[in-house]
Design a protein around this ligand. Sequence first.
Ligand SMILES: CC(C)(COP(=O)(O)OP(=O)(O)OC[C@H]1O[C@@H](n2cnc3c(N)ncnc32)[C@H](O)[C@@H]1OP(=O)(O)O)[C@@H](O)C(=O)NCCC(=O)NCCS
Length: 180
Amino acid sequence: MTQLQPARILRVDPVWMREHLREVLEIYGAAMGYPDSVVDARYGHAASHTTRIGFEAVAAFDPADVLTGFGYGYTTRPGQWWYDQVADALGRTRSREWLRDTFELSEFHVRPDQQGMGIGRTLLRTLLGGISHPRVVLSTPDSDTRAFRLYRSERFVDLLRGHYFPGDARPFAVLGMTLR
Ligand SMILES: CC(C)(COP(=O)(O)OP(=O)(O)OC[C@H]1O[C@@H](n2cnc3c(N)ncnc32)[C@H](O)[C@@H]1OP(=O)(O)O)[C@@H](O)C(=O)NCCC(=O)NCCS
């Protein structure tokens, strides 16, 4: 009888991320259902993310050492597109409360054929367990997705619901969690 082997989850550094960005973005495209053109256009952004202050990343591998999932983020800061959008919508007081010295979970994806097996939760916990920021924030499509259920079950709270980012017709939720 074959036994299901657990995924190997590792913290990875910015150099590893840059060297494996093709594989990483393939998972991003497959998990999000994006066409190759969207994935290709993401390459420059993703590479620049690895140079941001506070960058931290995790990766999951199957028993054959094939990448099955990843997550990364960095310190959210004024001047970054996401920060500026969210700070504007939160207003000054809540931005001060939630966006100072805060880790932004920027990308987090598991290969579709490996989803629902606990890899995502372990990736998330490993990533957040290794950062020194007192808070984490993220945005996710505002609907009943696996990602949303996972964040909720990890005790993320609503910062914004039904928020629209420029250039995207979908409503998003911005969620946050205090870590310490
Ligand atoms: C979100 C994502 C990274 C989670 O990874 P995953 O490996 O599928 O997650 P897990 O197997 O650890 O499941 C975590 C939780 O999601 C929910 N979930 C998982 N599979 C589910 C299913 N088939 N039906 C309903 N809920 C499910 C459950 O709450 C589950 O926790 P539990 O099984 O302990 O109750 C992954 O599903 C993914 O890549 N999704 C598409 C891309 C995406 O939305 N990324 C996040 C963008 S913000």
